[in-house]
Design a protein around this ligand. Structure first.
Ligand code: 5AD
Ligand code: SF4
Length: 441
């Protein structure tokens, strides 16, 4: 989400004549696009801002802007703490970045964090000839053939630990026609893989009208429509809350050939008591049923998840439930985090916090087992022939990605360049990547 937002700001600025700088010391403008999902991410922003104070002293006229979730939540307080900040831009204001920077030039320390209940995501079509990513291509920086397209913003779910509904506001879905037009434009610029983005894509079209004729429209409808756009070789999406995962959506993995067999389905915990306290609105059994259904539609689907260890009140037994999820689902990979108190969230007021050392022990145990299972899953690919899309030229050869989202290193000479599809035979599996040899055809 943040990555796409950064890109939007950079595309909007490119249209007003800004050119991307490779070096902070040379820049007239530095934008920090921030994340506040866990305390660690927020601490990074503060230390970077401290460093930028010194850079700004030696570069007259430099503007410093803070965007994203920390900006949204801290607003005025940021400028009070760090008076060298010129502009604070909230999550709904990024499309106006150019105008806001002008305002900040006249009144430094300008705050733009207004959030509307009736917010509609603007129709934003970057002028491709001025896109800054093109500018970097001219400087021989590899371009990407994979792009994110935002389909919705905000979240109405209020999971007890999560700051997103406060920093990104109410859930709003983007108009179908805007999404389709953006995908067409992106594909016309050479992109081959599209990832549709939202906090909870499963509820696309539920909170506002997204069609011109006012008829209901679901995320599955959108997947079918986008998959048919010529040039979309690969289609992915993220993220899904299991509570809203419909059969119709799961069936898309069977019916849509270019929908990649990969699904990120955050479970967060493997104990019903913890899931309830988290306000996730599904049980372990319901989640496992979804996994079975998904695998019945698409036996090779590569599943990944998010896990929080040490949520307030999590007992050893609860944690064993989470470990058991690994054995039962056998995820290809997972992102796991120690619970982190976020200001304004419901769980930050819970009193039964888990001590830091217990969280650390649980996280290490979880990650060690996940690594073993990832390796075991990856080994199943050995001997198989896979199509990969090349992402980069490496010192040894090329690096690409399978439709199941596995990185494959091809350590031999080839004429393939980024964006090409080649077929390889997998001969080695590691925990986080595979090795393949070219198939001569
Ligand atoms: N503490 C730890 N992890 C969190 N996440 C969200 N909020 C918190 C928090 N307060 C994790 C969840 C989510 C992922 C993006 O970040 O697992 O799915
Ligand atoms: Fe946060 Fe829950 Fe919304 Fe995901 S679904 S963004 S975890 S509130």
């Amino acid at each position: 989400m943040n990555e796409r937002d950064s890109e939007i700001m950079s595309q909007a600025l490119a249209m007003s004549g800004y050119v991307e700088s490779m070096d902070i010391e040379d820049a007239d403008l530095v934008i920090l696009n921030t994340c506040s999902i866990r305390a660690k991410a927020e601490q990074k922003v503060m230390s970077l801002l401290g460093m930028l104070r010194k850079v700004k002293k030696s570069r007259k006229g430099m503007q410093i802007c803070v965007a994203g979730c920390v900006a949204q939540q801290e607003g005025e307080r940021l400028v009070e703490k760090m008076p060298h900040i010129d502009l604070v831009v909230g999550t709904q204001n990024i499309y106006n970045i150019g105008d806001l920077l002008e305002k900040a030039r006249v009144s430094p320390g300008y705050i733009a964090i207004g959030m509307e209940d009736e917010y509609a995501i603007p129709r934003f079509m970057p002028n491709e000839s001025e896109d800054s990513s093109k500018a970097s291509a001219e400087r021989d920086v590899p371009t990407t053939f994979r792009k994110f397209v935002t389909i919705m913003q905000g979240c109405n779910n209020y999971c007890a630990y999560c700051v997103v509904p406060y920093t990104r506001g109410r859930e709003v879905s983007r108009k179908v026609s805007d999404i389709i037009d953006e995908v067409k434009a992106v594909v016309a610029s050479g992109v081959k893989e599209i990832t549709l983005l939202g906090q909870n894509v499963n509820s696309y079209g539920r909170t506002n009208i997204v069609t011109d004729n006012g008829l209901p429209y679901t995320f599955s409808d959108l997947l079918h429509a986008v998959s048919k756009i010529p040039g979309v070789a690969r289609l992915r999406f993220t993220t899904s809350n299991p509570k809203d995962l419909s059969d119709e959506l799961m069936k898309c993995f069977k019916d849509i050939p270019n929908l990649c067999p990969q699904f990120h389905l955050p479970v967060q915990a493997g104990s019903d008591a913890v899931l309830k306290k988290m306000n996730r609105k599904y049980s372990v059994e319901q989640y496992l049923e979804l996994v079975d259904t998904l695998r019945s539609y698409c036996p090779d689907i590569a599943l990944s998840t998010d896990i929080i260890v040490g949520f307030p009140g999590e007992t050893d037994e609860d944690f064993q439930g989470t470990m058991e999820m690994l054995e039962r689902v056998r995820y290809h990979g997972s992102f796991s985090f120690k619970y982190s108190d976020r200001p304004g969230t419901r769980s930050s007021d819970f009193e039964d916090k888990v001590p830091e050392d217990v969280k650390t022990t649980r996280l290490i145990q979880f990650q060690a087992r996940q690594d073993e299972i990832s390796l075991e899953q990856n080994r199943k690919y050995v001997g198989q022939i896979k199509e990969i899309m090349i992402e980069a030229i490496t010192d040894e050869g090329v690096k690409g990605r399978t439709s199941s989202n596995h990185i494959v290193h091809v350590n031999e000479e080839s004429t393939a360049i980024p964006g090409d599809f080649i077929r390889v035979e997998i001969y080695h599996a590691g925990q986080h990547s595979l090795k393949g040899k070219l198939i001569q055809e």
